[in-house]
Design a protein around this ligand. Structure first.
Ligand code: EPZ
Length: 455
């Protein structure tokens, strides 16, 4: 089927190799910086909510319709994995999909690409809840630090599952799942959603304490409830779940992506632009908005949009990443880049993932004055960056380096943009519509063509 081929191409792109193990040409962004971003941009569905929701969609035998899916590679890989185990996946259009999990023939996910994405772990909770058995390869994902999944497994064990790791896969199984009182030692988005899924189809009552409160946890809970689950308290730190025997069909639209939105807000700030970011839930952006206002941006909130205007040089601040409603770790590189252009010295502290400052070395190559000490970065703002060849170390840091390139004088080349494609749909198109000079290229000839065109 043509849609199968499309998915295959997308997964080849994400890995940089095709099915025969041949390397695909590496793509890069070339950017000519200096234009303030001006105009309007539409935000897509939340990737991290969609990943949990797509896995949960296989928990019923009826057909589920999911709308406002982001067209990004992590989503396409998960859809492919779901169809590999026997679910029927039908793309209605770019952002809508129908999923029917009645034909699932195997609870063992050995689809090779799934190892590359973090959210493969959601298939554990979904399959274990529905079939009481799941076998999923240990997850990969962006290299932003050690990313244990002990809390997920602790939750499954508390529900009565036996869990073991064998030949690189996690195998979880139970005769039956029984509700339990689970305390999460660390606030974890993934563990909260995963346990919520399995507990939705357990016998009896489960309480998750110290649960994550992120908007995508709430979205996954709302989705499961729309399928007949009984989950209360999502969005607070205590979630209560009464297990049900069966889940049923639903139609559901995913919330807007607050990280994509925040990325465009910082792109507006760093380029001294004026951008209306549309199709957002301003409440989800409060931590980002507060920081932008603090450093001197004007932020205007509408019902489902925010406008960010930066008319003067921005000021410094200190920021520490925290679980929601604190400042998100997924927005740390974007503020780091912006503060590197602000007047004064800022301290950015990363408290969630230890390896999220790799972009700082790249930024230094563009003229930033930065020093990383432990989990803090000390940033003294410079007047301007100068374009350089840099490499995206992970998804969010990659997007932040694109922002740096947009604000820099001259040409910037960003390598390894496969990371960026995992989580930003039509990134360069959206930026171009705001006046950015950016193009996706895969050869020196294309780079020269771009330079000739933009002058
Ligand atoms: C989710 O990862 C997101 N990924 C990440 O987004 C995001 O950075 C992160 O939440 C924090 O908001 C997806 O939703 C697919 P966690 P997740 O479990 O769920 C520790 C992006 O750029 N921990 O909330 O894997 C962990 O080490 C990505 O879109 C344990 O110790 O993150 C971390 O310090 C990158 N044991 C903290 O908890 C566990 O079993 C929070 O991690 C699980 C987590």
């Amino acid at each position: 089927r043509p849609s199968d081929r499309l998915l295959e191409e997308k997964t080849e792109e994400i890995l940089g190799i095709n099915k025969n193990g041949m390397r695909c040409p590496m793509e890069q962004y070339i950017i000519k910086g200096g234009n303030p971003l001006v105009g309007e941009v539409e935000i897509g569905g939340a990737k991290n909510a969609a990943l949990g929701i797509l896995a949960a969609a296989i928990m019923t035998d009826e057909t589920v319709k999911i709308e406002n899916l982001p067209d990004v590679q992590d989503i396409n890989v998960l859809l492919e994995a779901i169809s590999e185990i026997g679910a029927k996946v039908e793309r209605v259009n770019r952002t809508t999909v129908l999923i029917n999990g009645s034909g699932i023939g195997s609870v063992s996910v050995d689809y090779e690409y799934i190892k590359k994405i973090r959210a493969s772990y959601y298939l554990l909770g979904a399959l274990l809840g529905k079939y009481k058995r799941a076998e999923v390869p240990l997850p990969g994902g962006c290299n932003i630090g050690s990313r244990p999944i002990d809390l997920h497994l602790k939750g499954f064990k508390a529900l009565g599952a036996k869990v073991k790791i064998s030949h690189g896969s996690i195998i979880a199984q139970a005769d039956q799942l029984t509700g339990s009182h689970i305390f999460l030692d660390t606030v974890s988005v993934g563990a909260t959603i995963n346990i919520m899924m399995a507990a939705s189809m357990a016998n009896g009552y489960t309480i998750i304490e110290n649960a994550a409160r992120e908007p995508h946890v709430v979205d996954a809970a709302n989705f499961l409830n729309s399928m007949g689950a009984n989950i209360k308290g999502a969005g607070t730190d205590v979630i209560r779940i009464r297990g049900v025997e069966k889940l049923h069909k639903t139609e559901y639209s995913i919330i807007p992506d607050q990280i994509e939105a925040g990325t465009f807000m910082f792109a507006a700030a760093a380029t001294k632009g004026d951008v209306m970011v549309k199709n957002v839930i301003p409440k989800h952006l409060e931590a980002t908005t507060a920081k932008l206002v603090e450093i001197g941006c004007e932020v205007e909130e509408f019902d489902d949009a925010v406008r960010v205007v930066a008319s003067k040089r921005l000021g410094c601040t200190n920021v520490k990443t925290l679980p929601y409603p604190g400042y998100p770790t997924d927005m740390q590189p974007q503020i780091g880049v912006t503060l590197a252009l602000a007047s004064g010295t800022s301290i950015v502290t990363e408290s969630i993932f230890e390896n999220r400052f790799k972009y700082m070395d790249e930024l230094a190559r563009m003229g930033a004055t930065v020093k990383v000490e432990g989990n803090s970065a000390i940033i003294t703002g410079v007047e301007k960056f100068t374009g350089a060849r840099v490499s995206a170390p992970d998804l969010r840091a990659g997007a932040a380096l694109v922002i740096a390139g947009l604000a820099a004088e001259g040409y910037t080349i960003v390598d390894d943009i496969v990371y960026i494609q995992r989580g930003y749909e039509n990134f360069e198109e959206k930026l171009r519509s705001l006046g950015a000079e950016i193009e996706r290229v895969s050869s020196e000839k294309e780079i020269q063509k771009f330079k000739l065109r933009v002058g």
